[in-house]
Design a protein around this ligand. Structure first.
Ligand code: UDX
Length: 451
């Protein structure tokens, strides 16, 4: 990695990622960019889901004692884990700050690590918050909180298909978390995330022209006290950044991809958190096989409820499909999506995956699972029209087969691919010198230097 400034001119930034893959990745890309622009980087990370410092020799890593019990970790209860981290890590962060306070310019933390704000301000140090979902997701989370406050929850079942007033094109069923009558743990976290008041700025992994009215709304009405830096797609701003994967990437799939014709392969990956039942796995498998399209499928270890899934998938299914499909536990996703053989992406529509797919001009087959993914899926299919959604509560192999064919070989899919390529070109323009992303990044660096 190139050093752009002399060490003596460097100033230290303390970055605090949230320890989930979809949050670690954007923070590490940002860290790499800031390093390349002259800052010294310290990363404060939890013991839980910590990344290997050896992959990032230019950064200093310090630990936050999260005191998570093993029972909590194996429960896979993301909301409880986040609440515990925010409760438990304050003292550790204060100790870290006490050691570097003379040197540190500001703290940059994930929105889900909201405890950092009070610690930074206690030391008289500025803080900046990083938001890793779309702006639309942020607005719709606020709507859910408001509906709750007005006593409009739970929504009656028959209204789930209706559009939410003032939230076109989102329907009630696209809202970003379960619409229960009690404020759930996740809602408590969201409330805390949006109660951050002393931050000096918001860094957002989005592109203003991708969600223009939402950007205007957030800038003028919701978040009009501090500057917003929309610097997405953040994975494109530091092309030299090392992998920050928590699982080891199986690069053998790249040699398999090299042998496939252009635009022929459907890449299937449901991100780092979604869980499937064994039945869903089987419907996916046979739907993919019956579509006769080559596929590259990520079956993440531990992602099948009640089993590791690999018994069925690797031994029986792989034998049946032979070289027509490649199954791995974790893929180098950015490289995969950029490969000429990839013609479509069956995705859970996590925000990183969405931006990574748009950046490479790959149309999507959407099957969202939770949180912001439903809203992302709606934008992909109805606003940007670069994908289709696999609807229905239960996955069905015939529907899977039909949808894969529609995306990969039919006219509708071809048009989506063309539109997706338009997004790729527009994103490339944003990243060029003078483009919106590159300008916003420069403004962010100047802003931090001005402290
Ligand atoms: C979750 C939410 O779904 C997402 O919307 C939110 O913004 C962050 O938390 P996750 O479910 O993990 O994230 O999905 P996503 O946002 O797509 O992030 C997954 C990341 O893992 C992507 O950067 C992707 O490139 C990477 N990945 C995934 C791999 O590197 N290899 C894989 O095999 C699968």
């Amino acid at each position: 990695m190139e050093k752009t400034l002399e060490i003596s001119k460097r100033r230290r930034l303390l970055l605090v990622p949230c320890p989930y893959q979809g949050h670690i990745n954007p923070m590490l890309h940002l860290a790499t960019y800031l390093y390349q622009n002259g800052f010294t980087i310290t990363i404060a990370q939890t013991f839980f889901n910590s990344i290997d410092p050896n992959h990032h020799p230019y950064f200093t890593f310090v630990r936050l004692n999260d005191r998570l019990s093993n029972d909590l970790i194996v429960s896979l209860d993301v909301a409880s884990v986040l609440l515990a981290i925010n409760d438990n890590c304050k003292t550790s962060l204060e100790e870290v700050m006490a050691n570097i306070v003379e040197d540190v310019v500001c703290v940059i933390h994930d929105e889900a690590m909201y405890f950092c704000e009070a610690v930074a301000s206690g030391f008289g140090v500025r803080s900046l918050v990083v938001r890793t979902t779309s702006i639309a997701a942020c607005i719709s989370r606020r709507v859910v909180l408001q509906l709750h406050a007005e006593g409009c929850l739970p929504i009656i079942q028959g209204s789930m298909e209706d559009e939410v007033p003032n939230l076109h094109p989102l329907r009630f069923k696209d809202l970003p978390f379960s619409v229960h009558s009690d404020i759930s743990k996740m809602e408590k976290i969201i409330l805390k995330m949006y109660s951050i008041t002393t931050s000096s700025a918001v860094i957002w992994n989005t592109i203003p022209w991708l969600e223009p009215s939402e950007f205007t709304q957030i800038k003028t009405k919701i978040c009009n006290q501090v500057p917003i830096f929309p610097i997405g797609p953040v994975h494109k701003i530091s092309p030299t950044s090392s992998s920050s994967s928590l699982l080891s990437e199986d690069s053998t799939c790249l040699s398999w991809l090299h042998k496939q014709p252009p635009n022929s392969v459907i890449y299937v990956s449901l991100g780092s958190i979604a869980l499937l039942t064994n039945q869903e796995l089987q419907e996916m498998a046979w739907g993919l096989a019956n579509s006769n399209q080559p596929f590259l499928w990520v079956v993440r270890p531990g992602s099948i409820r009640g089993s590791d899934g690999t018994g069925f998938v690797l031994k029986e299914f792989q034998k049946k499909v032979g070289d027509g499909g490649c199954i791995v536990g974790w893929a180098p996703q950015r490289e995969v999506l950029a490969h000429r053989a990839i013609g479509g992406f069956w995705s859970h529509c996590g925000w990183n995956s969405t931006l990574e797919s748009l950046s490479e001009g790959v149309p999507m087959l959407c099957r969202p699972y939770s949180g912001d993914q439903r809203g992302n899926s709606r934008y992909i299919s109805c606003v940007w029209r670069v994908g289709l959604t696999l609807e229905g509560h239960e996955l069905n192999r015939n529907e899977v087969e039909k949808s894969v064919k529609k995306l990969m070989v039919e006219e509708e899919g071809r048009k989506m691919r063309e539109r997706a390529m338009g997004f790729k070109r527009r994103i490339e323009d944003s990243l060029r010198e003078g483009g919106s992303c590159s300008r916003n990044l420069k403004e962010l660096v100047d802003f931090i230097i001005s402290f």
